[in-house]
Design a protein around this ligand. Sequence first.
Ligand code: ATP
Ligand code: MG
Length: 167
Amino acid sequence: MVTALIIGRFQPFHFGHLKLIEWAADHVDSIIIGIGSSQESHTWENPFTARERRRMIEKSLRTIRNYKIYEIPDVDNDQIWVAHVKRIVPKFDVVYTNGELEKRLFREAGFEVRSTPFFKRNLYSGTEIRRRIASGERWESLVPQGTVDVIKDVNGERRIRELARFI
Ligand code: ATP
Ligand code: MG
């Protein structure tokens, strides 16, 4: 039984995240999804609550069933990041990430780290999707329908446009 860990802020959950999870699901038996910066919401970089992000993921992962979601608040110290994560989530064998710092921290802690190609990184990017929402451009094609539904349901476009006024 191989268990993979995938951590993201998922602000919002987009097709790049979905493809990363699908890639991992093809190679492991079960997946732990960690919602990072879980304590943050209603800021420009982290507009959605952990609960809203959890709903986006649950509504978007249709064919994948062998996963569980955990919330991981920040610690402002990279040296204790891996130990902090290990205290929150169940045992895992391999970490799937495309983040350079995360790769380094988990490798140094002795974990196997696997990466995937970036899928349409200029489009499938939380930063790009938040920018599009703030400027009134089309963004719906960059995220699964589950994410569209949650953002519409919580009036997320208006929330992001309001937050954009303060940056
Ligand atoms: P932001 O722009 O807000 O940082 P993001 O798109 O980078 O958002 P994160 O939640 O920071 O999303 O990333 C979570 C994980 O998903 C990281 O390992 C990241 O490298 C990976 N990831 C993000 N976008 C893609 C993509 N398009 N293709 C493959 N992996 C991706
Ligand atoms: Mg990122």
